[in-house]
Design a protein around this ligand. Structure first.
Ligand SMILES: [Zn+2]
Length: 547
């Protein structure tokens, strides 16, 4: 059916086709329930795609009229379609690598964890490390101890990392190998934890974990890193996530993303925030934020100002509940954070700093404000990674600076089991989406995978209900609507990486990245969302996942 001038003009009026005016579509998706996240046409039923980008969005009649003999047509069967999700802070490269190499310890009993470690040790030559990952001490009756690990694996060094990545649990062999004894002093920003008798209890936190990791030989190959990215790519595509911000890439990680792209295994776009440790090398190579292309791009420089929420090492203004006067770990001095920030800033990098507790956030705001005074730059988009525990005063300063808080989106639900360490009052100021939105900020969504699963349905549920798995509500005042949550999960993720003109909504000219859901979170009650599966995920006009 030839397009009438009238219907064509109507399409133009709704969403201008701009430079694609005379192009014919490669593909038209029709008969869908399409949420565009574009103000001029929030709901549509069809999308036309050409060369990996969106040509037009509208109703079936208007868009099917654009089809030629070469155009493929796909009937969406009235399924809900959303822009591809964006995970604005995650560690997919390490997540994939750990899954390839290490023992999954996401079990709810100590005995099960001992069993999987024992089995791995039996297949590992004596003296070599046995490494575990995905452990969550909020989900076992008590935390793992050195004695538990010695009982299971006496003859190999064992390190089991918490899924949050800031703490590890070690056996006696591992301490021997690391040269750490009960007499070893804690490093600044870290702890080798001790029991009541002053003996090492097995848990090591933040800079102490970093010191241990630095002593373990790196036997990972370039091939391993690529395979790690490829594995996480499948996971991300299965959840409808088409872009992620890799939150702490080493040079090997950046290479891994490029290798995976070259081998056709990279199924999401990645904005690589580069680890500050190699900053001088990036600067010497002339790199800064924005270098790359729509698949692999260099992002911010990443630093750490404190510890973790799920592992209770965040640097808080007041002590944790039930932990004496302990209020977390200060990771990194003001001097080092300022010096690195300044150097990266002057080289043209966006800045991104891990800051969970009020004291860490306050410190980074002070540094960002100082840089803005000393070396002003237009549209800096300073990032506060996690920015978990806030106050009205901190939010006012974040707003004045135009900084971006990047909260954990699924934590109230996924890590609800440790929120009692923070308490009811503080929970009203944590993962503060409502306060951020009311202040006019643009917080995106983030899993911090492996810290929580990269699952957008978990994000939506957690942000709108604030319910933990038992049904308890933490911080009800921070609930947001599903429409607000969807915007955070898409457009505002793009904004955090300066890519809001490329993605985050379905509109002409943007990348053809979208997800088709099996069931519709916009009509089902929240209690049904966690079970909603992705039917298909599209990246640049190609299906990269089909259930
Ligand atoms: Zn992280």
């Amino acid at each position: 059916m030839p397009i009438t001038r009238r219907s064509f003009v109507k399409t133009l009026a709704v969403l201008p086709l701009a430079r694609f005016e005379r192009a014919e579509p490669d593909l038209i998706l029709h008969n869908g329930l399409i949420t565009t996240l574009h103000g001029a046409l929030p709901e549509a039923s069809a999308v036309a795609i050409r060369e990996g980008r969106i040509l037009a969005v509208g109703d079936d009649a208007d868009l099917l009229a654009l089809a030629t003999a070469r155009t493929r047509r796909i009937d969406l069967g009235r399924k809900r379609v959303l822009p591809g999700f964006i995970d604005a802070h995650a560690h997919p490269e390490w997540g994939g690598l750990y899954a390839l190499k290490y023992v999954a310890c996401d079990k709810d009993s100590i005995g099960q964890i001992q069993a999987v470690l024992r089995a791995r040790a039996a297949a590992t030559p004596g003296g070599q490390w046995v490494r575990g990952y995905l452990y969550d001490d909020g989900k076992t009756p008590r935390p793992l101890t050195r004695a538990d690990l010695d009982a299971a694996v006496p003859n190999h060094p064992v390190l089991v990392e918490h899924r949050g990545g800031h703490t590890g649990f070690m056996n006696s062999r591992a301490f021997e190998r690391s040269g750490v004894t009960s007499g070893t002093a804690d490093p600044p920003g870290g702890t080798y934890e001790r029991d009541a008798r002053g003996e090492l209890d097995g848990r090591v936190a933040d800079k102490a974990l970093a010191a241990v990791l630095a002593k373990i030989p790196d036997e990972l190959t370039r091939e391993d890193h690529r395979r790690g990215v490829a594995l996480s790519s499948k996971l991300y595509a299965s959840h409808g996530i088409t872009s992620a911000c890799e939150a702490d890439a080493q040079p090997a990680g950046l290479q891994a993303y490029q290798d995976a792209r070259d081998s056709g295994e990279l199924r999401f776009r990645v904005y690589c925030m580069m680890d500050v440790g190699a900053l001088d090398r990036y600067i010497a190579a002339g790199l800064h934020t924005g270098f790359g292309d729509v698949m692999v791009r260099i992002g911010a420089i990443k630093q750490f100002a404190d510890g973790s929420i799920s592992e209770r090492t965040a640097w808080l203004a007041a002590p944790y509940e039930g932990m004496g006067d302990y209020s977390g770990l200060e990771v990194g001095t003001r001097e080092s954070l300022y010096e690195n920030s300044r150097k990266a800033w002057l080289a043209g990098f966006q800045l991104a700093t891990h800051a969970n507790g009020e004291r860490a956030i306050e410190r980074m705001l002070g540094i960002y404000e100082q840089l803005e005074r000393e070396f002003p730059r237009r549209d800096p988009r300073f990032r506060l990674e996690h920015c978990t525990v806030v106050t009205p005063e901190l939010i006012t300063r974040i707003k004045a600076l135009g900084a971006i808080p990047i909260p954990f989106s699924g934590y109230v639900n996924f890590h609800g089991d440790v929120l009692h360490f923070y308490g009811e009052e503080r929970a009203q100021r944590m993962f503060a989406y409502r306060s951020f939105l009311d202040a006019g900020l643009r917080p995106p969504c983030a899993s911090d995978y492996t810290a929580s699963p990269p699952d957008p349905m978990l994000w939506l549920y957690s942000m709108t209900t604030r319910k933990d798995p038992s049904g308890h509500v933490w911080g009800e005042s921070q609930r947001i609507t599903v429409a607000e949550a969807l915007r955070a999960a898409t457009l505002d993720g793009a904004y955090a990486s300066f890519e809001e003109h490329e993605k985050g909504s379905l509109e002409p000219g943007k990348l053809a990245d979208l997800v088709v859901l099996e069931a519709d979170p916009l009509t089902l009650p929240p209690e049904a969302w966690l079970a909603i599966k992705v039917q298909r995920t599209m990246l640049a006009g190609n299906w990269v996942y089909e259930a």
